[in-house]
Design a protein around this ligand. Structure first.
Ligand code: GLA
Length: 728
């Protein structure tokens, strides 16, 4: 039954809606990509409304769009009913903000990128909010961020400061969230959104992707599908605490607000300074989540990761090979073996430094970035030389943001760490985090990297780690009034260091690592070539972790290492071929002591690495298609296709033994239906009979492969196949 209040609200809604449609002064602002339109309208009260986001609309149809009633950037105090994107306490103590439209402008940045700025102003206070959009035309990605400034007499305090709000008006909303923990990152779960608020967030301060990932898929009306349905993918480019709210309101509208986590982070903004939020990146497709991923991948390769056009190198990392227990001889041996096997780089991990407090375990030495001469009497330069003698490159592990209390650095600068005075030190992995809001600390962190690279010319690669979160969030640098700024200033300090490093060392490759996959986001990735998604190198677990990660991040940047069996973390035993086949579907590397391998395994590895080089271009630069999900099928498969559709590679894995064999067909995608493709198996196991053999060397049309597919049996747990397709 309608209550009086409901009828009143409904009448109010109708009357205001009609008023908007017919208002003479209607302004329509369209942010367009090749296939998407994001439309804003200004209503008669000069309120900016987000009125449409979806497949491209024709220009002549834009005038038919109703403006709607939801503020594009809702503010506390006047946009009453729902979560606010912006909450400001003004200099005079007033807690309300009311934004009205002022102007907008667009400019072409390149043939592919167009930037739109919409200026909103408070109706009373001299407070300006600029909504910025970069539309990446070909990639169908929109980057949105907000800039807040004012000229009030004193500072204002920002309590909420979202990057963006998106609104939808559909029957049902299905949210896929990505979550995990150390060694089990990027799991996926889909939930139907119901009335009220669903919040996903991180309060870790750093390591934004520690337990929950600032990424989501939103499927409109039906559950998410790979190749059909209206799906939005969104991710926040921020390395600190973040927050995304999904609110289904009283009229079944969905409001999605994304940004820095405002929790305990109120920010006092001085007059004439600009508060710039991080970017929220999003894309829409009416062709399912597969297209959403490909949009993100092609955007990332061009704009989101460092030099996405460069081939990523294979490497051997000594972490799981030696942990802290190595010396010059051991490393020289590994370098020789790595080169002999065909790797392109040797990566020296943790444990090479510390004088007074040698880093022989994780309890001491962090922060003291001088070579441990007991382990490495001839220094890093010797290892760089050894690598180059063996014709491979040399890389090094650094964790410049951190310090062990047992270190010379901490003895000298106890006030450089984040901690609360009068509270015991809160150690995580026996270490503390340096306060990067402090410019002196920024300078120090930069100099650690700069000195390591200038003292040892020839270092070609850095693995930049970050093994703890922020707790006891006190800063000796911030004033008593600005302690809550730490969460934001830390991240901006970090970016200023990363930027400086990148400006000076353009050709050094960098891997982003954070206790495994704690920092995979597009805030840091513009400075990094690749990332470490998990300390869990178990190939079976990796299938799931890689599956989730590649919804938003391209496989070219996803380092995947073959390690020993039984796996150090899970204890699981899997065939070497399976471990290779999983790693080869991304950026191949290895994390084991080659000396401990059998001659046969070494020989297999050598061949596998050469096989990887044959398909590396397709994997790193091709378009990815998911064929069978490990979440719904015991056989899982994915494939890559080059842009010209002349080459493709299919990866397929059996997760569970099936007595009579798994014959699930692999219905391929993304091929040219007119082209004829010849099939070749890659990375064959010479020992085992292959049920693929009858198809070896056979040629089929793209159309056939996309309708009938490839059919062969997989029997045993962890059986795997890589099939290369070459167009004639
Ligand atoms: C983190 C990383 C590992 C390794 C260790 C070294 O856990 O994720 O790969 O580098 O640190 O301490």
């Amino acid at each position: 039954m309608f209550t009086f209040k409901r009828i009143l609200l409904f009448a109010l809604f109708l009357s205001t809606s009609f008023a908007f449609i017919h208002a003479a002064e209607d302004i329509t602002i369209v942010v367009s990509t090749a296939d998407n339109s994001l439309v804003f309208k200004v209503d008669k009260d000069k309120k900016l409304r987000q009125s449409y986001y979806g497949n491209t609309l024709k220009n002549e149809d834009l005038k038919e769009i109703q403006s709607g009633t939801i503020d594009a950037y809702p503010t506390f105090g006047t946009s009453y009913l729902n979560e606010a994107a912006l909450r400001v306490v003004h200099a005079d103590g007033n807690t309300s903000t009311e934004l009205v439209y002022d102007s907008y402008s667009t400019r072409k940045i390149s043939d592919d990128v167009e930037q739109t700025e919409i200026v909103l102003k408070d109706a009373y206070f001299p407070l300006v909010v600029k909504l910025n959009f970069k539309a990446f035309l070909k990639e169908n990605v929109i980057e949105q961020w907000t800039e807040i400034s004012h000229t009030e007499k004193k500072a204002v305090t920002l309590y909420n400061f979202a990057s963006s709000q998106l609104t939808f008006n559909q029957q049902n909303y299905y949210l896929t969230q990505f979550y995990g923990n150390w060694a089990e990152e990027m799991k996926m779960e889909e939930v139907k959104l119901t009335r009220g608020l669903k919040v996903i967030d991180s309060k870790l301060g750093v390591r934004a992707t520690g337990y929950a990932h600032p990424c989501f898929l939103l499927s409109l009306n039906d559950k998410v599908q790979e190749d059909a349905g209206n799906v939005i993918g969104g991710t926040l480019a921020w390395s600190g605490s973040w927050n995304m709210t999904f609110e289904v309101d009283q009229l079944e509208n969905l409001h999605v607000i994304s940004g820095i986590n405002p929790y305990a982070s109120q920010y006092s903004l001085k007059p004439k300074t600009v508060f710039k939020t991080p970017s929220f990146l999003y894309t829409f497709s009416s062709k399912g989540s597969g297209a959403v991923s490909r949009n993100f991948h092609s955007w990332a390769k061009q704009y989101g990761i460092y030099r996405g056009d460069r081939t990523r190198t294979t490497l051997l990392n000594n972490w799981e090979a030696t942990y802290f227990n190595f010396n010059e001889n051991v490393l020289t041996g590994i370098i020789k073996d790595a080169a002999d096997m065909g790797f392109e780089l040797f990566l020296l991990d943790d444990g090479w430094f510390g004088e007074k407090y040698p880093r022989d375990d994780d309890k001491a030495g962090l922060g003291d970035w001088m070579v441990n001469r007991k382990k490495l009497p001839n220094g890093l330069g010797y290892l760089v030389n050894e690598s180059s003698k063996n014709k491979i490159k040399f890389g090094i592990w650094l964790e410049p943001e951190m310090v062990n209390p047992k270190s010379e650095l901490y003895e000298k600068h106890p006030d450089w760490v984040i901690t609360q005075p009068n509270r015991p030190l809160d150690l995580v992995r026996n270490q503390l985090i340096l306060d990067l809001s402090n410019p002196k600390v920024q300078e120090h962190v930069y100099s650690v990297i700069d000195k390591t690279l200038t003292d040892n010319p020839g270092i070609a690669y850095i693995k930049w780690d970050c093994n703890r979160i922020i707790t006891n969030s006190g800063s000796f640098y911030e004033s008593p009034e600005t302690q809550s700024h730490l969460w934001i200033d830390y991240v901006n300090g970090l970016y200023s260091v990363m930027k400086r490093v990148r400006e000076k060392y353009k050709d050094v490759s960098m891997m982003l690592c954070s206790g495994g996959g704690g920092r995979i986001e597009y805030g840091s990735l513009p400075y990094f070539d690749e990332f470490w998604i998990s300390d869990n190198t178990d190939a079976l677990d990796r299938i799931y972790i890689q599956w989730g990660t590649t919804y938003f991040f391209p496989a070219m940047a996803l380092a995947s290492h073959v390690s020993v069996t039984p796996n150090h973390i899970t204890g699981r035993t899997t065939p070497l071929k399976f471990r290779f086949d999983v790693a080869m579907s991304a950026k191949l590397g290895m994390d084991l002591q080659p000396k401990d391998m059998s001659a046969e395994d070494k020989e297999f590895s050598k061949k596998a690495i050469q096989e990887y080089y044959k398909i590396r271009g397709v994997v790193q630069f091709g378009d990815m298609y998911r064929l069978l999900s490990p979440y719904t099928s015991t056989r899982t498969a994915l494939m890559y296709v080059t842009e010209n559709k002349k080459e493709a590679v299919v990866f397929s894995y059996l997760l569970k033994k099936t007595i009579s064999g798994n014959t699930q067909p692999l219905i391929l995608k993304g091929l040219d239906s007119e082209k004829m493709y010849t099939l070749t198996e890659i990375d064959k196991d010479p020992k085992s009979y292959s049920w693929f053999s009858p198809l070896e060397g056979k040629t089929f049309s793209g159309e056939f492969l996309m309708k009938y597919g490839i059919r062969f049996t997989l029997y045993n747990e962890y059986d795997s196949k890589i099939i290369k397709l070459t167009a004639n």
